[in-house]
Design a protein around this ligand. Sequence first.
Ligand code: NDP
Length: 486
Amino acid sequence: MATFIVRSPATGEQVGEHPVHGADDIAHAVVRGREAAAVWANLGWSGRRVRLLGWKRSLAGRMDELARTVAAETGKPVHDARAEVLLALVHLDWAARHARGVLRVRRVPSGMLSVHQRALLGYRPLGVVGVIGPWNYPVYTPMGSIGYALAAGNAVVFKPSELTPATGVFLASSFDEAVPDCAGLLQTVTGPGSTGQALAEADVDKVAFTGSPGTARKVAEVCARSLTPLLAECGGKDAVIVGADADLEAAADAVVWGAMANAGQTCAGVERVYAVESVHERLCALIVERARSLSAGETYGPMTLASQLGVVERHMKEALAAGARAPLGGPESVRGPYVHPVVLVDVPEDSPAMTEETFGPVVAVNRVRDLDEAVRRTNASAYALGAAVFTGSRRAGLDVADRLNSGSVSVGSVLGFAAVPALPFGGTGESGYGRIHGAEGLRAFAVPRSVTVKRFAPYADLTSFATAREKTARAVELGRRLHARF
Ligand code: NDP
């Protein structure tokens, strides 16, 4: 079988070699997954919960090992990788503990016309879910689909990025070890984009994709052919809004972390800041002071995807050519494999640094007249994933949050929502569609099943030819009158 080699983005050293899986391997994995899903179904809610929590405990025990794998493949510091694993554990824990409450069969009101029926709503698993993941958070991001899909009763075939296959292999093998009576429920297939395409073309019941909007479109085209449902978690161009009476120290601290952590390679990372005129200069000074103290290679790692270096450099050059200033760094900050922190100011709104995902440790801080203009500019983006608001009061922050299009908003912090598993996560527009996390994230991997149970014979059975026509007419007329009045 053909193989591919993985190199450390920090050192260029070989860190792994993996098989290129093709359509036949994937077809086999889907069949095996379906068999494992049947065993999984027989375990019931509590059997699945116990096993998922067992897997979680085993991952927690092996956190360092997993974090070292992530660090070797992405180049990020091990302390960042450990924090990422913790976030994934929080989500796996929540999904395991809440699946029953969210998805079990419940009674719903049957309504006046069907008072003789009991109405029951339940959810059944989809079957086998294909998960296609990115490299930037190779544990946390796919776990938003894997953990919730397994908890909802499905099997998963996971295709990690070709930059982080060992992380994917670790997840599947650790599941098999922790849950031996359901081995094969989570399988990892490795390879480049063509392996992802083969997974989308396979006999899976849903595809959960996380990656760029361009690739999402390709996957959507493939899924459209077989009517396979798709969940698309794509990029972002998140903005932070800073009001006149905000705590500027706190805002600057959050902006710098949100923009520079993981070298800016975060889907919901901070890429734009809109600060009202009266505080813009002071905020910029605070952001520059903090960003200057960071050290690429220590505080954060290299650009994991080498080709991103060129994108980051182009965004900066075009912004500066269009009239922006750079109080910290500039194109010379791109010294592969690292990009040193860059702060841009007064960037024209139509510049790629404001419209496209930069995915580097670069933040653009623009001035706005007031919060209304900040909201307008934030919402003008084709992306709508996350956003953050810093204002003098929480109430004012909530008012702004209410007017934003993004899927998630943090008031007084950045990325506050990422660590709250009960909150659904996802965006609209170029940021994709569908939701992971929370109750919506569980329902995303289940199909509603509606059941009625006849309790007694109604006065006029509208589903029987034996019902006298006058009775039916009387019942319909009664219904009409009620709807005409109320
Ligand atoms: P890509 O879109 O390049 O790749 C995503 C995944 O799709 C990878 O596993 C990739 O494989 C695979 N793939 C590539 N081509 C195809 C194809 N034709 N059919 C099926 N699968 C394919 O994204 P990146 O990996 O570069 O990740 C970065 C992007 O992900 C950013 O835009 C970021 O914002 C977004 N992201 C979104 C998140 C969210 O939750 N909204 C979270 C994290 C990241 P391979 O890598 O082997 O080419």
